[in-house]
Design a protein around this ligand. Sequence first.
Ligand code: IVH
Length: 700
Amino acid sequence: MSPQEEINRLTDQLNYYNYQYYQNSVSEVDDFTFDRMLEQLTALEAQHPDLRRPDSPTTRVGGTISKEFKTVYHRFPMLSLGNTYSEAELVEFDNRVRKGLDGQVFEYVCELKFDGVALSMTYENGILVQGATRGDGVRGDDITNNIKTIRSLPLNVGNKGREEREEGERSIPALFEVRGEGFLPFAEFERINKEREDIGESLLANPRNAASGAFKQQDSSAVAQRRLDCFLYSFLSETAVFKTHEESLIAMKGWGFNVSPTWRKCADVRDVMLFINEWETRRFELPLATDGIVIKVNSYAQQRELGFTAKSPRWAIAFKYKAQGASTTLNSISYQVGRTGAVTPVAHLTPVLLAGTVVKRASLHNANEIERLGVQLGDWVFVEKGGEIIPKVTGVDLLKRTEAVRPIVYPTACPVCETPLVRTEGEAHFYCPNEKGCAPQRQARFEHFIQRRAMNIESLGEGKIELLIERGLVQTPADLYDLTNEKLLGLEKTYPAAPILNDDGTETPGKARTVKFGQKTVDNILTAIERSKQQPFTNVLFALGIRYVGATTAEKLVDYFGAMDALMVAPLEVLVTVPEVGPRIAQSVAKWFTDPDNLTYVERLRAAGVQFAGERKVVEVQSDKLAGKTFLYTGTFADFSREQLEAEIVAHGGKLLSGVSKKLNYLIVGENAGPSKVGKAEQLNVPMISEAEFKAMFAD
Ligand code: IVH
């Protein structure tokens, strides 16, 4: 088989597996085989870059870095919808439609109104060629590479279930657009925030912001890590393909697009109201936030007859649900201490029914939030279910405030170890600085260490670590490597029962829990500990739990330094030159390695035999002639490709920035330079240099 044939075979096969997985929930291959094939394809494409197909599944992992998004004009404008908030307003809309259609019979299609980011995708000859944001409705940003990371979005609509393809389907037009809502599923949002909390990063506010932030990122491999999804709800083409919106939804689904099955055809406005009422609470079962219903006239001919106002179609409208809220009393506040010492206040409420579930706790985020709300203990508070799983307190019902309320006194000392709390300028949280002695911080440090992405000793979960700490068998995770069969076998403790809250607000006594180290458990644990010595250095570095060093940052540090010894002595100036490492992370790393306890900890891990070296994947440093200087380039160059230019900057100690700002020292200007960068550089007085001047800066 020729390389092209092999590339075609792998591309088609992998796209087909992907289609089966996302469209029909069928895994035709195991993950291992899939990954092997993907690796093969990646390798072949690296050898023959010009043979790579535009619908290659390797584009899904990202890898492109764009300095600025290209602006693209929408072939069809992206309009917005009028809003209604009541049945009466909806009936008015229905009357307008009826009048506009002059007594004709008509139907509606109702869909959920998804609360994400509007996206428009263009397909040419079945291949996804462009993905864009809404922008101002007329033109948006070309974010094709980011959109390709959405795994449920077909890169090639010709490539799908082979049998189904033939049957009764309309031919796919040569050029069409589909539109839909890009979103971050709740489960992903929770996962990302858990990881961020774990390394002391600030939390993402809600899934919508997280999605819109992700789609606008310039490094598409960072986008791929956020596992975005998209529900499609519109089909557009120059030539008429369908008679009704319903037909288009069915066809899009058949072609492999992710169309939410929640839509329904409705005969009249009464039917629409039934749909609205049904989904008022059912919508909380969906993987993303929704804020209403979209009602569309089904027939395309009738849509055309009704036409548009300046901003929105006359054939569609949104019905917005009122925010789902409830009010209840705030009884007490508990303060939780995380791994990094961050203290988070949690409101304990009189149980109340909210959108189908009983709520007894709500997030209060931090001290600022308590102040902003002006809330006191005993107050009646409003709680709302936003995008997040945990509801939040959104306000105080001052009309119901009584004399009995008491001010909230934010603790000045850690609720667990009593160390005075500290707060750094610009941070929303108070922290307990007693990293080493504070029990929840210590416990969380172990949990961080044993997780799968770190040392993978998860058999130690479920209260076992707690018991080991309590019995004095371990103090730091390095002590795990001294555990023996003798020390562990037979350890046992019964934890008292904690009450369980029922849905009706009453409590039933829970069951007592026993943690027990039987022979089988001990064998599993000791094997997992032994095996953890083979975990790659990236995992070890992540496991150390240095603040702000998540799995990705650990990877970048290993790529750059290769080994613990090089990293340990790296000065700040060098750390900040590592890709994606800014001053905040660099300082945190440098500081961590100055603490004598941390150094002892590292040496004990070294002695235990865990991996302290990985593979360096970095340009060899050639000089430090560009050290401390920041660069950005625009246009094309005679002697360098973009990659070579970037490599030269790094090889001579310089740092590449992603945009023109006051922090930029030099803009390297080539042929066909972008006017916006040059304009901004002029405005900020950033020196502009030519290719020759750049070369002279590091020439021998
Ligand atoms: S149709 C001409 N259907 O709502 C109308 N929009 O205010 C085209 N949206 O920007 C939009 N769910 O991002 C349509 N099922 C749905 C939708 C939906 C969410 C968003 C969309 C648009 C905004 C319109």
